[in-house]
Design a protein around this ligand. Structure first.
Ligand code: ADP
Ligand code: ZN
Length: 616
């Protein structure tokens, strides 16, 4: 192993494998997690690997440690240009020699990195995928020693995925040019279909596949009925996540701006992020989110890939995600540090109507539309389930689970009811309106008819004369909307055209013909409240009383240090590490060194300052 590469305080213990030694001394961790050890041993031994691990599972170590242990430089291909500087800073703080090459650098900066690479002065080199299409980069790599290729965010090669990057297709050629260099592809997107596509496109069919459990036990999944979304969000943030960093996802650029302004007016500092903002503002907002404590970003899905801020305490969705894959990736950005976090989604009838409409009018062929429909159906099934959300999520990724006790349906099991008659009422109203093909009738009109309301539209079309007029007095308007939403989710109704006209489906006939029972979830009577229950997040985050002021002192020290060095606070130490220090109050450098997350380099650099802060 290359002991000279990293500042070392002690000599490696010969009985300890180089990988474990590196884990302890460089990263300050005691033990590998999950199947990290297996993956690392495989790659150190020169094998190719395809690694599927949820966000926060610990993928980075799987290539960083082999890069340190093997001879040569680890080349990391990543699409996340804006984050490369932070990644390199985080490694530098650990004493690892890292650099990057991408389009943000000028000639001189690039030349310096290239020289370091050729001189063997780098452990890791980050590259944007498009660099590998440039012949001069390939020639540069030929002149150095390559320890491995790590292909991060490997799902970007999947054309039907949600993050396709054409430049990733060229990565299949790495193997031809450097047949003996091991390749490790990593992703947090793991459906069977995506996994196969990654293996094929990256020429990794023979690579060993490592599939971790996709469970993220520290994330509490909650999906609530959408009534007044901004108010609901505000309540979540003020009652359970005061002062916490988090991400709010919205579908449109406008709504990100509106929601960010709304939160800010209500005393929660929030920044918008979407592709329509100019690059400078976008980068500034992202950088503030990473660097400052407790900021909220309100974003479209353009935000988040590769954001490895460990202390994101909540991810909230104000609109329905288009697929379970996307939802899982987005919510996975919460709680990478393993502390309790919340994934919260508000979802309503309009979401279903809007998404069905978007699919119906989307460009691309029928096959494409069908595929979008399948994605949406899976997402809707997750929203409407009366079973454990986590079990359903894991099933989606082909994995088994037990009811978790940490999702809304486990914590407050929803009741279901026999909605067959209600469904028949809705479907027959739609059937009758469907005969007036020239007219467009949306959900609101159908509900008005069931409730027997003589609105202007009802009068205009003489809909009082329909047999279904006024047959729905047993349910309230929100309840009827809930019925329609669930029928849409179950595929017993669909929408057509740009007006969101409700139409029957093939399956509707079975319900109308009494051949099929319809089970529905009860709509919550009031806006959902967290019932005064202390959130799991707040409870777990609780420190012993005497440790609280110490933790705050350590945080201030960290904030000042991070600012001085121009790096995110978590690059100095994670919250979890500061918590452990505050709780254990180590009195010596040796004791401090045994805290998880305190490696040799950080101990040497910050150890005394921490002890002074503790003694203050
Ligand atoms: P991923 O890339 O899979 O989303 P990361 O590599 O960013 O996850 O790791 C998530 C967090 O877990 C990081 O804060 C990392 O430092 C920490 N971590 C990874 N492996 C270990 C380990 N073996 N012991 C303790 N912490 C770990
Ligand atoms: Zn559950």
């Amino acid at each position: 192993m290359r002991a000279h590469r990293i500042a070392r305080v002690t000599l490696p213990d010969t009985a300890t494998p180089a990988t474990v030694d590196t884990l302890r001394r460089v990263f300050g961790y005691d033990a590998f997690r999950g199947n990290q050890q297996e993956i690392i041993d495989h790659v150190v031994g020169g094998g190719d690997a395809l690694v599927l691990m949820p966000t926060g599972g610990g993928k980075s170590l799987c290539y960083q440690i082999p890069a340190l242990v093997r001879d040569g430089v680890g080349i990391v291909v990543s699409p996340l240009i804006a984050l490369m500087q932070d990644q390199v800073d985080a490694l530098t703080a650990l004493g690892v020699r890292a650099g990057f090459l991408n389009s943000t650098q000028d000639f001189e900066q690039r030349r310096e990195v290239e020289a370091a690479f050729l001189a063997g002065d780098l452990d890791l080199l980050y590259l944007a995928p498009e660099r590998l299409k440039v012949e001069s980069t390939l020639r540069l790599l030929d002149r150095g020693t390559i320890a491995l290729f790590a292909i991060d965010e490997a799902h970007c090669v999947a054309q039907w995925g949600h993050d396709f990057r054409p430049d990733y297709l060229a990565l299949s050629a790495l193997h031809e040019r450097w047949p003996t260099v091991p390749r490790i592809a990593l992703t947090a997107t793991a459906t069977e279909a995506t996994r196969k596509e990654i293996a094929t496109r990256l020429n990794l069919d023979d690579a060993r596949q490592f599939v971790s459990s996709f469970d993220r036990p520290n994330i509490q999944y909650r999906i609530v009925a959408k009534n007044r979304p901004e108010q609901q969000l505000l309540e979540l943030l003020t009652t359970e996540h005061k002062g916490d960093a988090g991400i709010v996802y919205c579908l449109s650029r406008n709504s990100t701006e509106r929601t960010a302004a709304f939160l800010t007016q209500n005393g929660i500092e929030a920044l918008p992020y979407h592709a329509g903002l100019d690059a400078r503002t976008r980068a500034a907002n992202q950088s503030r989110f990473l660097r400052e404590d407790g900021l909220v970003v309100v974003a479209t899905i353009a935000f988040g890939m590769g954001i490895d801020k460990p202390d994101v305490r909540f991810v909230a969705h104000l609109d329905l995600p288009k697929s379970v894959e996307g939802y899982y990736q987005e919510t996975g950005r919460a709680g990478r540090d393993g502390l309790a976090s919340t994934a919260w989604l508000a979802y309503g009838l309009q979401d279903v109507v809007q998404q069905r409409k978007m699919i119906a009018t989307s460009e691309g062929g029928d096959a494409h539309r069908r595929r979008l429909g399948v994605h949406l159906d899976a997402m809707l099934a997750l929203c409407e389930t009366v079973e454990c959300r986590r079990v359903q999520l894991l099933n989606y990724f082909g994995q088994q689970g037990e009811p978790c006790g940490n999702c809304d349906t486990c914590l407050a099991p929803p009741e279901s009811w026999d909605g067959t008659v209600a469904a028949q009422k809705v479907l027959s109203a739609v059937f009758r309106l469907d005969r007036e093909r020239r007219q467009k009738f949306g959900v609101g009109h159908v509900v008005d008819i069931l409730l027997g309301r003589t609105t202007a539209k009802v009068t205009q079309f003489n809909h009082e004369s329909l047999t279904v007029f006024g047959v729905g007095a047993e349910l309230s308007e929100p309840e009827w909307r809930g019925v329609v939403r669930q029928l849409l989710a179950q595929g017993l109704l669909t929408v057509e055209g740009d007006h969101g006209t409700l139409v029957l489906t093939d399956a509707s006939a079975d319900v109308l013909g009494r051949k099929r029972e319809v089970r529905l979830r009860h709509e919550p009577k009031r806006a959902t409240r967290s019932s005064g229950r202390k959130s799991a997040a707040a409870a777990q985050a609780e420190l012993p009383d005497e440790a609280k002021p110490v933790f705050e002192r350590l945080r201030s020290w960290r904030a000042a240090t991070a600012k001085e060095q121009g790096v995110p606070a978590y690059v100095i130490f994670h919250d979890a590490t500061l918590r452990q220090i505050a709780t254990e109050s180590p009195a010596t450098l040796a004791a401090l060194g045994s805290v998880s997350g305190v490696g040799e380099n950080k101990l040497a650099k910050y150890g005394q300052q921490i002890l002074d802060t503790l003694a203050a």
